[in-house]
Design a protein around this ligand. Sequence first.
Ligand code: NAD
Length: 350
Amino acid sequence: MSVFTAPDFDGHENVVFGCDEATGLKCIIAIHNTNRGPALGGSRFWNYDNEQDAVTDVLRLSKGMTYKAAVADLDLGGGKSVIIGDAKKIKTPDLMRAFGRVIERLNGKYITAEDVGTTVTDMDYIRESTRHVRGKSTGSGNPSPLTALGVFLGLKAAVKHQLKTDDLTGLHIAVQGVGNVGYYLCKYLHEAGAKLVVCDINKTSLQRVENEFSAQIVGLDDIYSQAVDVYAPCALGATVNDQTIEQFKTTIIAGAANNQLAQDHHGEALKEMGVLYAPDYVINAGGLINVAHETEDYDVEIVKAKISKIYDTLLEIFQRSDKQNLPPSIIADHMAEERFKGPFEAQAAE
Ligand code: NAD
């Protein structure tokens, strides 16, 4: 198994392997960068095919957290942890407490939170061993409405830049996936006067947005070719790919999904086509911003004020993208690096 020579290794500060024989815990915590503050990132419980896949995942995800926290202007670095195994079979309160002890040994350099395969209840068990954990069953609750708020504001920034208007009235917006985030995004958009075209695999979710927001329902594969002003992917990753890119009639892509570009070159292709792309990790940072503030003095109004900055950040990214003739996805990475790289690293990169 390789770490230092793994393709996704990016000078990570620490990669810690944790084990607890009594509970069967096997975990890896990757701390990518802590220049801005302790590394925050969720704990993913996943039945990896092999240990190398777990290393690859934790290296890649922790690096992503550094960029996301930096662009969101949080005093946090990037980290992530993975617990290896089938959560349905091996997850117990004792295993989560043992995982908390691994985190505790890092003295606050890594802070965990919920992710795929872990719940707020698990965070409560972890908290019995360490205070370096965010999100709990009595905490701020479902982050999706706040993620949706950030996406809504980011979408408005994209409309402002591309269509030169602050008014969404009458604009046609295609929302792919009307689950937790998609539903609330539709709510905001409907209230702002936009006309919605939606798709989902879940009929109940579709009916809800049809009834509440007069959304028009289209087939799963038809969403890409809709003659709309904005395409908002809120379901799957990699929906901007070789097959879909030719179908788009929109000039704006702004949605909640993670990893929207199948490959980096799709960001360049969108720019060449004149389609404005709001980088996913910038526009969907509302949930992270919320978790970051989930401390004893949690105040949702402070969180909302912080989330509202997504609008300005995206406008700046779009302006720099035009000026430097580079895709917004690349500009976002540059902006993050400017914010998290220390003077030494910045100098070395020159
Ligand atoms: P969710 O599971 O609640 O909703 C996803 C919806 O997409 C579901 O209704 C599902 O039925 C639908 N869907 C699945 N496959 C589909 C397909 N092929 N076509 C159309 N619809 C399909 O998830 P969510 O929490 O709303 O998150 C949506 C996206 O945003 C995900 O990519 C997630 O990673 C990302 N995201 C979410 C948050 C958050 O706070 N929840 C934060 C950041 C990013």
